[in-house]
Design a protein. Structure first.
Length: 72
């Protein structure tokens, strides 16, 4: 009877873990960080990576100069 519930619970665990990693990647973008590395960090590190993402201050990138167009 236990074997019947093992597969759905394991699948549910991996689906939830993947969902949390996707959400962490999205949250990383709002904090000025790159989404893909944080997605991978969360897949590998789980709650520790999420904790670091939330606790570390946001990154503010320097604005790049906008090139001026010349009307000639």
């Amino acid at each position: 009877m236990n074997a019947i519930y093992d597969v759905p619970m394991t699948l549910l665990f991996f689906v939830l873990w993947l969902s949390v990693a996707i959400l962490a990647g999205g949250h990383a973008r709002t904090r000025g960080r790159h989404a893909w590395p944080w997605f991978v960090y969360t897949l590998v590190g789980g709650p520790i990576a999420i904790y670091l993402l939330v606790v570390w201050p946001p990154v503010h990138h320097a604005a790049s100069p906008i090139p001026h167009s010349r009307d000639t």
